[in-house]
Unconditional design. Sequence first.
Length: 234
Amino acid sequence: MRARMESLDLLANNVANASTGGYKADREFYGLYVSSAAEADPEGAGAGAMPVVERPWTDLSQGVIESTGNPLDVALSGKGFLAVEGPSGPLYTRNGSLRAAPDGRLVTADGYAVRGAAGAAITVQSSTPVEIAADGTVSQNGNAVGQLEVVDFTDPSGLVKQGNTYFRANPSQQPAAVSGTTVQQGQLEASNSGTAEAAVRLVGIMRQFEMLQKAASLGADMSKQAIEQVAKVG
């Protein structure tokens, strides 16, 4: 029942972020728990094993890329992340919904400055059209004003979620330039949490939880009846 509750929490968060651009769904990694009593009995170890959620993991598969028509929206086609300057250091995201801050800096919807290839912020003029090339180069009036920093990690499974669309790297993880990934202007990557799939799984988990709840209730009733029968015999 506890494993089903943990699965339900993860799934509920996926459903809530089904329309969040660049969101990556959380999944469960299951293991088996065997009680000490079952371990002491070799014949009952298999029957006493129960599934538990050992840890959640993040599905980094790419979501559907949708056209928005906004020139400051960008989507990554391929692996990697956009690097932004978070409150406590670099963060990484697949949500390319950008805007120009009052001081001209390109920032995310949360106000985090987008990092350029050299680590500096990218500044644009709001009165001039912005062009973003496939390699992330940002230009105005034919002049390059910066290049989006697109990076990847040798082991992206070590990234830790911060909020719904950002990731934080461990100090031991060093980002590296990514190859084969293109930046698409005027488009956004949708969440990879499928609404229909999540709804079906939600119903299944709820039914499993109800069956387990009934089984626990029946077990409690059987124990109660056994105690009452023993008391009558005494």
